[in-house]
Design a protein around this ligand. Structure first.
Ligand SMILES: *Cc1c(COP(=O)(O)O)cnc(C)c1O
Length: 394
């Protein structure tokens, strides 16, 4: 064992720890959509992304169990070899029909989708422009592509247009990558003006709708929410691991894009296919999403209820950030809420910008009104403590 390696790792870790940026895994169990058991305590969770509660839905669990007993636990190989179950094909067809895209291609996860799609269509002669708050996997995909990478201020379509005006002619192709619902802020991308800006510059728009599939636009996502035809979005990405309660990722795209990605997206070709049971769960979940309007709409209603109770601006999606500032304060706030029985995990840099550490509250269709009101009261109490730091440190 090279001692230089351990010394290096320990030094880096110590620095993270000093800055309150160390992250650790916790043992836990998630017996329901809104509860987490840790250290013998049951907490009401506002940190799960399974916002429709479908990971525990009887129909979803039954579909996964049936696929598990008929197809086994793993896909056995890459989708291009023997790992493409007919369940995955059925899921792709259902996703394409529901989201209104010509085709849908399923990957192992949402992150793998972004890591596969961007480098398949961008290279050293190309330009990738991202919203500064775009998900880490979009930045990773952009860097992996070896294209020039530029960033515009969050939701600032004016700055995007200025970048395109300045650089478009020097590059062969351009990909613009944004999120539909921003995962750490809960606000929406200005999709209509982004689509227009991209069309005017012949840039290909990637919209990552991870937090919108299943909730906004009748569950179809932000394109439906804004009344935008999905074929105006070149790469319409989503995850199967949030509202659909399973695991996996998907890109909605044209037939031509689908066909090329199938041969050349490295994270599709060189990785094992999605487990059939995960695909079966996502397929059953999609069915519930389509049929259960109350479930689709409840997370946003609860977010609005919470924001109103605290006098915060009305949320656009089911995510509400409580910005605290420093990482140490965010950790202290998390601990104080945990003492009251609520789990709201602190979000710290580099996931969010320095000085904007926060608690991100994610509402679920399975939360009771009383859970939401209880958290609002708890947060008021914790906020008062935060204003007098001595009591919080003790
Ligand atoms: C959660 C998330 C991902 C990652 O999806 P996984 O399926 O968990 O890999 C990607 N992009 C955005 C915007 C997300 O919120």
């Amino acid at each position: 064992m090279p001692s230089s390696l351990d010394a290096f790792a320990r030094d880096k870790t110590a620095r993270l720890s000093e800055a309150a940026l160390l992250r650790q895994l916790r043992n836990q169990r998630r017996p329901s959509a809104t509860t987490v058991e840790r250290d013998g305590r049951t907490l009401v969770s506002f940190s799960c992304n399974d916002m429709l509660g479908l990971a525990h839905h009887p129909k979803v669990v039954a579909a996964a169990a049936e696929a598990l007993s008929s197809e086994g636990t793993g896909a056995g190989a890459s989708r291009l070899v023997t790992g493409s179950s007919s369940i995955v094909t059925a899921l792709e067809q259902a996703l394409a029909t529901f989201r209104g895209t010509d085709r849908a291609l399923v990957f192992g996860s949402g992150s793998l989708t972004n890591l596969g799609v961007i480098p398949a269509f961008a290279g050293a002669k190309d330009l990738v422009v991202l919203d500064e708050r775009a998900h880490s996997s979009l930045f990773s995909g952009a860097r992996l592509s070896q294209a020039r990478v530029e960033v515009f201020a969050h939701n600032d379509v004016g700055e995007l247009c200025a970048i395109l005006a300045r650089l478009r002619s020097s590059y062969r192709h351009v990909i613009v990558a944004v999120e539909g619902v921003y995962s750490m802020d809960g606000d929406l991308a200005p999709l209509p003006s982004l689509v227009e800006a991209c069309e005017a510059a012949d840039a290909w728009l990637l919209v990552d709708d991870a937090h919108a599939l299943g909730t906004l636009g009748g569950g179809r996502g932000t394109a439906a929410h804004f009344g935008i035809a999905p074929d105006r979005i070149a790469f319409y990405v989503a995850t199967l691991s949030k509202a659909l309660g399973s695991y996996g990722g998907v890109v909605g795209c044209s037939e031509a894009v689908y066909t090329f990605l199938t041969s050349r997206a490295r994270t599709l070709v060189y990785t094992t296919g999605l487990p059939p049971a995960s695909a079966a769960a996502a397929l059953a979940a999609l069915d519930v999403v389509q049929q259960d309007r109350t479930r689709r709409e409840r997370p946003l209603l609860l977010a609005k209820r919470f924001a109103k109770a605290l006098g915060l601006p009305a949320p656009e999606a089911h995510l509400v950030p409580l910005i605290v500032g420093e990482a140490t304060d965010a950790l202290a706030a998390q601990a104080a809420l945990e003492a009251l029985g609520y789990l709201v995990t602190a979000i710290r840099p580099p996931t969010v910008a320095d000085g904007t550490a926060r608690l991100r509250v994610s509402f679920s269709a399975e939360h009771r009104d009383a859970d939401v009101d209880g958290l609002a009261a708890g947060w008021r109490h914790v906020q008062a403590q935060l204003r007098s730091p001595r009591s919080l440190a003790s």
